[in-house]
Write a protein that binds this ligand. Sequence first.
Ligand code: IPM
Ligand code: MN
Length: 378
Amino acid sequence: MVNYRIAKIPGDGIGPEIIIEGVKVLEKASELNNFEIDWIKYDNGAEKYLKTGELITEDTLKEIKTTCKSIYLGALGDPRCRPGILEKGILLKTRFYFDQYVNLRPIKLLEGVWCPLKDKTPKDIDFTVVRENTEDFYVGIGNRAKKGSSKQELEVVRSIYHAKFSLDIETDDDEIAYQIGVMSKKGARRVIKYGFELAKKENVGTAYFVDKANVLSDIYGFWRENIEDISKSYPNIKPEYMFVDAITMWFVKNPEWFKVVTTPNMFGDIITDLGAMIQGGLGLAPGGNINPGGISMFEPIHGSAPKYKGMNVANPLATIWAGAMMLDEIGQQKAAEQIINAIQEILKEGKVKTKDLGGTNSTSEVGDAVVKKIEDMQ
Ligand code: IPM
Ligand code: MN
């Protein structure tokens, strides 16, 4: 029997509760499809960090790299830690380490789910956002300089800033901070190609690309140039460019236009929260951090919701759906489909749902319902 070793990182807040449900469902799907999953649990997250100072070590990442097929992640973030510590130290670190350069986020309104957009139905909201996942403003190049900063720090800031503004850092009020977005030709082209390939696979005539080339013209002008060039290899697909501010408007007004939307990292972060809302809420939005041919990581888009930790009320469906995406990626398409069909059916029936969807069921009841539905639909 095929056996997959999967690294499981439950993480913080509601992470452990929703991962339990995801594992429950994936176990059932594996049983019915004759494969096995060995879960290797990693306890990285706030608790470990606060106790030991460890976020995630190179050794851990290397161990995952050499022994696991994929990663299943709950959520990270804890009010006891300064914002960014766990997010950068564990989540982004892992995305970068495994070079998971595509963040794939389906925006799909399922039947039975309340949509905040008037008159929009499941056939109107059914697309995929392909978010670049390793570059742009996420590269972590930035700094602050103020009175008393080292000469070198001041020089860097001056070289960036002084050309435009007459800058002199003489008093505390003259402090400056900057953060730089970086895009490499290779980094841009691989995700752009992924977007075109997805459009081709789905027989889509127009592929949308997001930027802000009217203002941030160096970085996003470069982005467009590469799209233009790559589009020559896809004569049947028309690239359509949209500024990020405009696309937020069209997501709300005409979501039916979109099938495949490829976007730089930071804009992708922003527009997929909007996407999650139009598909019925963060409780239903899954994502995959993909390195085609490498080790990918699957997680819900939502955060750790510390307020609801341990209460058994969080919606596990985004995590379960992310688990289905993982099965699809590792080659178990049938099992993945069964899970998604079961989620779809449960939402359509509307009998079992958590509070975010207007129901009264618990996290584990929803997980159990998905398991039962998979069995019933066999
Ligand atoms: C997401 C999250 C992360 C991101 C944070 C937690 C680093 O918002 O997955 O969308 O910005 O990518
Ligand atoms: Mn986000």
